[in-house]
Design a protein around this ligand. Structure first.
Ligand code: HEM
Length: 431
């Protein structure tokens, strides 16, 4: 024991895991007491928790070398042992490269992603009648998950099951069954020279079968990983953006003006183009601010692969490492008025470097290093198009008090219950 004590030097901390409530107050308290990097105990092991941008970056940049991602067994069983999220080393790099390559926007555009997403948004938002009461959380979930497995809508229901009922291994098996059927269908089409590529509308799953040579079980896990990582995160960002806008009328008006302007240009009938997407500067600020304040990916989970020296500390092999991304995003020393929704902060030229979500140590909503989110661009596109169709089609009134809660994951406790009014009808009433 004496030897161990001398050898390792953990950051100061407590012996238990802090009592985690709805807010980040516990974290502030521990930070004040112990500093931006502190230790505590998690699942019976030591954990180093960090709100230090440099340390967080160090951890992300050393993925696969000094650190590796670490998830509980129940999670690994759910998302599959062959998926990019759970594999390590060369296998992770290979799958990550495939995912990043498949989801590059310039590639997706060639496969009509802009039109596909807009059709999904139009279908999801089309059928609400005037004064309809909805849970926006449910609508956002629906709007976000139809992109990956286009056009097999039947899978969507099961995906919901998988994501909602985490202990249900049957749901996972059912999805795998469905995915395998689709793989087989694509293979048959390829053999007959009638591949879906030639017909358009192939989707990520189709491209995976046609372009990459992965074993079937790896394809199924790959898709489940994309759904798992992409679904809730994107849906929540859509939901939180509308929530924050509802409580900030000035930002709401500015976003609506920007989106109405694009609608007028397209006569309100044609779909938006790539140029339109590039002409939404304020909407992009709203998305960035939502990702900062909303805490969609609150923290990352890592494990030290070997004893790690960092500054004065010697962190033992096997210790959990928790880069606490949201704590940096909500740090008053990094962001003035950190707890206020202020999309205009991102227009300040002084914040240009800080805003770069690929490289900034202060702003990492999509992580960094070897596990940087491969779906980041796709997610942003989906969110922008959702906001476009939502605000240009409806006005809404909040029906029930709601509030953000961050534990166990970021959410609105009441799912954001609202009543919709069609803007078209509203305008007719005015004339
Ligand atoms: C606003 C939406 C999103 C947010 C905030 C987000 C955030 C993140 C973060 C922080 C990570 C890093 C996790 C880590 O280092 O342990 C990550 C990884 C990942 N994301 Fe996203 N994500 C979003 C949307 C998406 C979408 C739409 C997809 C795919 C369709 C996707 C697929 C993935 C995958 C596959 C990984 C794992 C990469 C790896 O481990 O190599 N994400 N995401």
């Amino acid at each position: 024991k004496k030897v161990e004590k001398r050898k390792y030097r953990l950051p100061p901390g407590r012996t238990g895991w802090p009592l985690v409530g709805d807010s980040f107050n516990w974290y502030d308290a521990d930070c004040c007491r112990f500093g931006k990097i502190f230790s505590c105990s998690l699942f019976g092991k030591w954990a180093v928790v960090s709100a230090d941008p440099s340390f967080n970056r160090f951890v992300m940049q050393n993925e696969g070398k000094l650190f590796q991602s670490s998830y509980p067994k129940s999670f690994r069983d759910l998302v599959g042992k062959n998926g990019v999220i759970t594999v390590q080393g060369d296998q992770q790099r290979k799958l990550h490269a495939i995912a990043s390559n498949m989801m590059r926007l310039d590639k997706l555009i060639k496969f009509h992603i802009l039109e596909d997403i807009q059709m999904v948004m139009l279908q999801t938002l089309a059928n609400f009648h005037n004064n309809q009461h909805i849970s926006l959380q449910d609508v956002c979930r629906k709007a976000s998950h139809q992109i990956i497995i286009k056009p097999q809508a039947a899978i969507n229901q099961m995906v919901n099951q998988l994501l909602g009922v985490t202990s249900d291994s049957e749901a996972r098996e059912k999805i795998i069954g469905k995915i395998n059927n689709i793989i087989e269908m694509h293979r048959q089409m390829q053999l007959q020279g009638t591949g879906a590529t030639q017909q358009g509308g192939i989707g990520v799953l189709g491209r995976l079968v046609e372009e990459e040579s992965l074993p079937d079980e790896a394809v199924a896990d790959f898709i489940i990983n994309l759904l798992f990582a992409g679904n809730e995160t994107t849906a929540k960002t859509m939901l939180f953006a509308v929530y924050f806008l509802t409580h900030c009328p000035k930002a709401m008006k500015q976003l609506m003006d920007e989106q109405d302007g694009l609608r007028r240009n397209s006569n309100g009938e044609e779909l938006l183009t790539w140029q339109d997407y590039k002409a939404m500067p304020f909407t992009q600020c709203v998305i960035d601010e939502t990702l900062r304040l909303g805490g969609i990916a609150i923290w990352l989970m890592r494990e030290a692969k070997e004893d790690v020296n960092y500054q004065d500390y010697i962190i033992p092999k096997g210790c959990f490492i928790v880069p606490f991304l949201s704590a940096v995003h909500l740090d008053e020393n990094v962001y003035e008025g950190a707890l206020t929704f202020n999309p205009w902060r991102w227009m300040d030229p002084q914040n240009e470097e800080k805003r770069n979500w690929r490289s900034s140590p202060f702003y990492a909503p999509f992580g960094g290093g070897a596990r940087f989110c491969p779906g980041a661009e796709l997610a942003r596109l989906q969110i922008a198009l959702f906001l476009h169709y939502f605000v240009t089609t409806y006005r809404w009134t909040q029906l029930k008090e709601d509030q953000l809660s961050f534990f166990p994951s970021a959410r609105l406790v009441n799912g954001f219950q609202i009543r919709l009014t069609k803007r078209h009808d509203e305008m007719q009433e005015l004339t």
